[in-house]
Design a protein around this ligand. Structure first.
Ligand code: ADP
Ligand code: ZN
Ligand code: ZN
Length: 723
């Protein structure tokens, strides 16, 4: 009796599919196979091989074709993916869909991972000697007559050679081959002499290379974390091992990549969301082959094969972009810890503002904490001052004290950063006569005024319209923009400081990937300037002449219903403030608020992030919120509100009787209407992760079987980060 293959297919169903082995070849766990599915064919991954007796029914279809001679995914990656699919309630196929680059999910030969070379076949030598070809073909034959050449060399010497190569190869005159990537290493640039804390951190992590141990590297931006990463990666490379460095999307600035390349002098694979599919697949395969020694990437790079793993690093581990917010809702930082355990290597989580989850893990002794307190380059930490803006005469939302600080800074020839986490001109357009304001018809939330005053845009669904000339309710012509976005601040600052360049940095001004860096590069290091922008400004390359950070408003974040709002606000304020005084000049931070006595702001500014985080953690413990409890969120949305309500009511009824489970809802989502769809949710909470996870799969299956499940959009989110 033949065995049965259990296969993960790229379909959103939480099951594996059984097939009979292919007629040719030996499929192993981790091999890709082409199988008949429905009316077509799909590429799947063999997850398990079962003895035939274990599977019912003998009418199984057969695998059409085995795609790989040896498994593409190794045992560790298979095990990690199975764990991840189980933990985040993904369909097995979805987990593989995230792990494998798109080009590897097709029934095509694997792309070349080395450099592409062309040479003459025997027939090609004859043709060259006979001299019976013309034009490009003749030139190409002549070029290759003495030696094989790489595609890169050919492009340099004979533009348009590919067309000729295709013709000649089809006629059997040329051969294409692959060689290991040429080592074009620049000479490594020297490392700075590490300070004592950096040395301590490197020594501690270095001592646990070769075994699993999570570390939390706690150091503000500019404290020298990257130098610690680099020193450790050098050790890992010296042992002949691979290193994986994860960064948030915004952290992949060209400057960072250049710095790594220069310092390490080895081939560094960079994986990010803008890579072409071919390049992504090649990078993945080079990591699998072990030719890529250092892999630098954003969230999905956590799925890179690491056959010779030495170390995993997660920079800015608190960053929300590590959590995937649709489809397979995994968390790359958490998965990094799981993978490090499976691989038996240390994992280093770095941040100046660690997540409360990681701080709780450190407190519980699961992570070891390393501190970097000194800032190598800086004179001293920035001075922080709260400006009470109550009863002040504001100029476009800016208090006299804030504007005075900006004026002093630019008068000294230095640069100021004016921070406001709201893009557009004004968040609300209001009728002064009757109180009407412009709302999105699809979300019932205020529309933001943009482009001077020429467009109203919904920041939730991108609905756009022209602003009305007069109030649609009372006809008054007195429509007033309320509040300030970055555009309005830019306009005001240009008027107030006509002699200083004002640079706005937000999603509108930096649509292209490297536009942000290019914008910053236009700033001269020795000239005054004013930067206005959103949280994009919290990162990016060093601005040595930036000495003032002026925070215009964070009050929205102080009374937000999401229990994580305080943590996020603290992280953002500290990250932005960290931009001031990075180099030799002392920095200053001013924060204006209507709530100068707010306890979070007070402890944050008086005692720093660590103290504020301790208070937030104590609060979470007291009311038993994550990380001291565990949550799963069921979201549902539909244009028909009654469907959403009925689905969630049945979902609640399908829950097992269990006293350890707290259930909140069904309740409206924080945005009950979005893009015309009604949204609601059901929140499950438990003290024990195990008891929560114990019932989830069967509940998920019950949900999928509900008649309404096919009529609306719904999803389960394990450890949601926004409620
Ligand atoms: P982080 O990653 O924590 O933001 P970096 O490692 O980028 O910090 O360091 C900030 C700046 O200080 C960089 O320009 C870096 O080259 C420099 N630097 C870091 N460590 C040292 C050191 N020990 N001596 C001198 N300069 C250092
Ligand atoms: Zn009106
Ligand atoms: Zn909208």
């Amino acid at each position: 009796m033949p065995a049965v293959l259990r296969i993960a297919l790229p379909v959103p169903l939480p099951t594996l599919f059984d097939y009979l082995p292919p007629a040719m070849g030996e499929a192993g766990v981790g091999s890709r196979v082409l199988v008949p599915f429905g009316r077509g064919k799909r590429v799947g991954v063999v997850v398990a091989i079962e003895p035939a007796a274990a599977v019912e029914g003998s009418r199984l279809k057969q695998v059409t074709r085995l795609l790989d001679d040896e498994p593409l995914l190794d045992a560790e990656l298979m095990q990690t993916l199975a764990w991840a699919a189980d933990y985040w309630l993904g369909a097995p196929g979805e987990a593989y869909g995230n792990a494998l680059p798109l080009a590897l999910r097709e029934a095509k030969p694997l792309p070349l991972i080395g450099d592409e070379y062309w040479s003459l076949a025997a027939a090609g030598h004859h043709a060259h000697e006979a001299g019976n070809r013309r034009g490009g073909s003749k030139a190409l034959l002549a070029l290759l007559a003495t030696a094989a050449l790489s595609a890169q060399e050919l492009t340099e010497r004979l533009p348009g050679w590919r067309e000729a190569a295709r013709r000649l190869a089809a006629a059997g005159l040329l051969e294409r081959s692959e060689r290991p990537p040429a080592d074009q290493r620049p000479p490594p640039s020297p490392a700075p002499q590490l300070n004592e804390e950096q040395q301590q951190a490197v020594a501690t992590v270095g001592a646990s290379l070769g075994s699993f141990q999570p570390f939390l590297l706690d150091g503000v931006t500019g404290s020298g974390k990257t130098e610690v990463y680099l020193a450790l990666i050098e050790q890992v490379l010296a042992q002949g091992k691979q290193a994986l460095l994860l960064v948030p999307e915004i952290g992949l600035a060209p400057q960072t990549v250049r710095r790594l390349r220069q310092r390490l002098g080895v081939l560094i694979e960079v994986l990010h969301s803008n890579l072409s599919e071919g390049d992504r697949a090649r990078a993945w395969l080079r990591a699998r082959a072990g030719t890529a020694r250092v892999i630098l990437g954003t969230r999905s790079a956590i799925f890179t094969p690491l056959p010779q793993a030495g170390l995993i690093i997660v920079d800015e581990e608190h960053d929300g972009s590590y959590k995937q917010q649709d489809g397979f809702r995994y968390h790359a930082r958490d998965l990094a810890v799981v993978r490090a355990r499976a691989l038996g290597v240390p994992v280093l989580l770095g941040s100046g503002t660690p997540s409360l989850e990681s701080l709780a893990n450190a407190e519980a002794g699961r992570y070891r904490t390393l501190h970097l307190r000194a800032r190598p380059g800086a004179v001293r930490p920035p001075q922080v001052q709260i400006i009470d803006m109550r009863a002040q005469r504001l100029e476009h939302g800016m208090s006299p004290a804030l504007l005075a600080a900006v004026a002093e800074t630019v008068a000294r020839g230095e640069q100021a950063l004016v921070f406001r986490n709201r893009r557009g001109y004004a968040p609300v357009l209001l009728c002064h006569a009757c109180g009407w304001h412009a709302d999105c018809p699809r979300c019932e939330r205020p529309l933001t005024l943009h482009a001077g005053r020429r467009q109203l845009i919904c920041h939730h669904c991108d609905y756009r319209q022209r602003p009305p000339q007069a109030c649609p309710t009372c006809g008054a012509g007195d429509l007033k923009p309320q509040g300030q976005g970055t555009e309005r601040l830019e306009e005001a600052l240009v008027t107030l400081f006509p002699q200083v360049p004002v640079l706005r940095v937000d999603r509108e001004t930096t649509r292209r990937r490297d536009a942000f860096e290019q914008l910053l590069e236009t700033l001269a290091d020795d000239q005054p300037a004013i930067l206005v922008g959103t949280q994009m400004l919290a990162k990016g390359h060093d601005l040595p002449n930036l000495t003032l950070v002026a925070i215009v408003g964070v009050d929205e974040g102080l009374h937000c219903i999401d229990f994580r709002a305080g943590e996020r606000l603290a992280q953002l304020v500290v990250q932005v403030a960290g931009r001031a005084g990075r180099a030799r000049k002392p920095g200053r931070v001013v924060l204006q608020t209507h709530q100068p006595a707010h306890p979070l702001l007070r402890s944050l500014l008086a005692q720093g992030y660590a103290a504020a985080a301790r208070e937030l953690l104590a609060e979470r413990r007291l009311i038993q919120l994550p990380p001291y409890s565990h949550q799963v969120l069921l979201r549902a949305e539909s244009v028909r509100r009654e469907d959403v309500d009925a689905f969630l009511a049945s979902a609640r009824a399908a829950l097992p009787q269990d006293d350890s489970l707290q259930i909140a809802g069904p309740m409206p989502a924080p945005m009950p209407l979005r893009a015309g769809r009604h949204r609601a949710q059901l929140l499950l909470e438990a003290q024990s992760r195990r008891s929560l996870h114990g019932m989830l799969r069967s509940w998920q299956t019950a949900l999928a079987a509900l008649p309404l499940a096919r009529k609306l959009r719904w999803s389960l989110d394990v450890d949601p980060i926004d409620l």
